[in-house]
Design a protein around this ligand. Structure first.
Ligand code: SF4
Ligand code: SF4
Length: 148
């Protein structure tokens, strides 16, 4: 009888753990290649905008001076191009799903005040160096002019 073919499987399953989990009573187990959702280590972002240019659905925007990175989760199709393109590797796919939203809104990530202050200090230093170099060039040029 064909039904007898199932007997070994049925007997074996009596002694195995269930293949299902009791989510949400216990944490969900996501498959290895599950895409989940995009996250950012915002303090490592250099504001280059390569992710925004790679994004096929225009879900991203970056403001380098303000140190912010924004994502519209409703527009994101979780293709992963932004993760591939980021030169600082600060974007990644986090397994698992977010709580559903009821309204379209962007999620904004902002750099920590310490990182923003350090970047501002670097910008100032670079601007001062550039101004000093320009002044030195102007002075050299003026000195050469007077020699003539
Ligand atoms: S995963 Fe794709 S759609 Fe989503 S933000 Fe990145 S590039 Fe855009
Ligand atoms: S590609 Fe990476 S480093 Fe550049 S703006 Fe996007 S998240 Fe920041």
């Amino acid at each position: 009888m064909a039904i007898m073919n199932f007997v070994p499987t049925a007997l074996k399953n009596l002694f195995l753990k269930p293949v299902t989990t009791s989510y949400p009573l216990e944490p969900a187990e996501y498959p290895e290649r599950s895409r989940g959702h995009i996250r950012i280590s915002i303090d490592d972002c250099i504001g280059c905008g390569m992710c925004t240019r790679a994004c096929p659905s225009g879900a991203l925007s970056v403001n380098k001076n303000a140190g912010t990175w924004e994502i519209n989760r409703f527009d994101c199709v979780v293709c992963g191009y932004c993760v591939e393109k980021c030169p600082k590797k600060c974007l990644f796919m986090e397994k698992g799903y977010r709580t559903p939203d009821t309204q379209k809104a962007t999620e904004t990530f902002t750099k920590s005040p310490e990182v923003l202050a350090a970047e501002e200090a670097k910008r100032k230093e670079a601007a001062e160096k550039a101004a000093a170099a320009k002044a030195a060039m102007a002075a050299k040029k003026a000195a050469e002019e007077t020699k003539k």
